[in-house]
Write a new protein. Structure first.
Length: 286
C-alpha cells in the first residue's frame, strides 16, 4: 500500500457518522501497518465532567495512539452545538494553532485523518468529469456571492442518475439539481403545527437556547427522524430512508409538497434474533 499524505473527513451535518467512519478507517489503516495520525481540531459537546473531547479520544483509541488529546483536538467546547456556533458563545481559537497541530501530527505519520465540517453551511459543489469546478449549488434566485444551499439538519441524496437533492431543516425544504443542465427546483413543506413561536423555530435550527422545553420537545420528536434521511426517486414519489426512532421505515413523500403519505409507509423486515424467519419480499417502490 502506498501511503497518502492525508484524508479529510466531512459530512452534511453534525451527528451523521464522521467520527465513526474516521475511527474505522484509522483502525483499518493501522492494522495495515501504517502509522496513522488523527485530528479533530474542533469539537463541541465535550464531556461535561472531564471536559475531554470524546470524539477525539475515540479516534485516538481506534488508531492505537498515545498522542496528547490537546494536540488531536485543539479547540473544545462544552455546548452541544455546531463548533462555529459554540465558538461564538465560548470564544474563538486561533485557526493557526489548529493548523500547526495538524502539521505536527502529519510530520510523524504515514497518513493523517482530519475530521471537520461547517455544519452551519454544509454546501455542495459541482465538478465536471475532468475535475473542473462548476461551483456550489446555490438557492434559486441567489446572487453569485450568496452562500450555497445548506444541508444543515437535512441530507444530500442521489435521486437518480441525473438528479441530486439537498434537503434542510428536517426535510422541510428540498432543492433538486439536474446534473446535466444545472436546472434547480425547490419544494417547501407547509409549516408544522407546533406549540412554537416563529422565532423559536429559527432559534432551534441555529442551535440557540432561547426555546421553551415544550417547543423543543415537539420539534425534536417531529424532525429528528428526517435529519440525515436519504431519498431516492420512485415512479411518482420519493422514497425516504428514515432515521432515529423511525429507523427501518421507508416514508413515501410527495416530491412537490414534501408531505408524507403515511398510508403507504413501508416497514422493513428486521431479524429479531439469529435464525429468525426469512424476510418477506419488499414492497414495490411507489
Amino acid at each position: 500500500m502506498t501511503p497518502c499524505p492525508g484524508i479529510f473527513l466531512t459530512g452534511t451535518d453534525t451527528g451523521v457518522g464522521k467520527t465513526f467512519v474516521g475511527g474505522s478507517l484509522a483502525a483499518w489503516l493501522s492494522r495495515a501497518g501504517l502509522r496513522v495520525g488523527v485530528s479533530k481540531p474542533y469539537e463541541s459537546g465535550t464531556d461535561l465532567t472531564s471536559g475531554e473531547p470524546t470524539d477525539a479520544r475515540f479516534l485516538r483509541e481506534c488508531a492505537g495512539l498515545d498522542d496528547p488529546l490537546e494536540e488531536i483536538c485543539v479547540a473544545r467546547y462544552r455546548l452541544p452545538l455546531a463548533p462555529g456556533i459554540a465558538a461564538g458563545e465560548e470564544g474563538e481559537v486561533d485557526p493557526a494553532l489548529a493548523m500547526a497541530a495538524v502539521e505536527r501530527i502529519r510530520a510523524r505519520s504515514d497518513v493523517v485523518l482530519v475530521e471537520g465540517s461547517d455544519a452551519a453551511a454544509g454546501g455542495v459543489w459541482v465538478f465536471k468529469p475532468d475535475g473542473t469546478q462548476v461551483g456550489p449549488i446555490t438557492p434559486l434566485g441567489a446572487k453569485e456571492t450568496d452562500k450555497p444551499v445548506s444541508t444543515h439538519g437535512g441530507s444530500f441524496s442521489i435521486l437518480d442518475k441525473n438528479r441530486v437533492a439537498l434537503s434542510e431543516q428536517g426535510f422541510s425544504q428540498m432543492t433538486v439539481y439536474e446534473v446535466d443542465t444545472g436546472k434547480r427546483t425547490k419544494a417547501v413543506r407547509k409549516a408544522l403545527k407546533t406549540p412554537c413561536k416563529p422565532n423559536e423555530i429559527d432559534t432551534f435550527w441555529k442551535g440557540g437556547d432561547k426555546v421553551t422545553d415544550k417547543c423543543r420537545d415537539a420539534l425534536e420528536k417531529e424532525v429528528t427522524p428526517w435529519i440525515g434521511a436519504d431519498a431516492i426517486a420512485g415512479k411518482s414519489n420519493l422514497l425516504v430512508v428514515m432515521r432515529g426512532e423511525r429507523v427501518g421505515e421507508l416514508a413515501v413523500v410527495d416530491p412537490k409538497t414534501l408531505i408524507e403519505d403515511k398510508a403507504k409507509l413501508i416497514k422493513l423486515p428486521w431479524c429479531e434474533a439469529a435464525g429468525g424467519s426469512p424476510a418477506a419480499a419488499p414492497a414495490a417502490v411507489p
